[in-house]
Write a new protein. Sequence first.
Length: 241
Amino acid sequence: MFDAVKVKNECVAWIRDFFAKNGPDCNAVVGISGGKDSSVVAALCAEALGKDRVVGVLMPCGEQADIDMAKLLVSHLGIESVIVNVKDAVEGIKNAVPFELSTQSLTNLPPRVRMATLYAVSQSKNGRVANTCNLSEDWVGYSTRYGDSVGDFSPCSRLTVAEVKEIGRVLGLPDVLVDKVPIDGLCGKTDEENLGFTYAELDRYIREGVIDDPAKKERIDRLHKQNQFKLELMPVFEPNI
């Protein structure tokens, strides 16, 4: 049985320890999308460090239909926030490349620009960038390499979607943020539509090794194997000197 209160308290203590060792006077800089993951990470940081040491960065790419959810989160927590619209930067790169970018390049460009934005804010705000990924997404590679997959510390990357939600409730976050249907923000589909299975199925498989549909098991196993490189350090040549 998952003890959300215990894990929440342990994670808060872990964040405090990280900052004590990696910047006692630094701030946590969190990209705020309006979804459960960034909401929970921001709330954990606010409890660990105090709301005055958390900076939320909202980064729409043009119009963002659910940006009100991101604004609700920063208002609920009472943290400092800044809105940086990344559309011009994304379009500038697209226009500067002297050939047509692939669909995959176009899909992954905004999250990579957002991460560059987070580090720009962080270095100007005496910050450390929070990674907001969870275990379920990481398990099947549902993140962008050098985009939302990176950061300086990661409070939730060993917690499944279901576990992150439980912690969100313990933290007292509004239900509308905890239960918001996850949409990738890139192609407009829900996460589960893109993945081909539900997070409930994936979480059960991760924690219990059980899944009822052989085809979904094969797909999860294949995605997990294909995307392991996203979670590993860059390979380096070791000269025999």
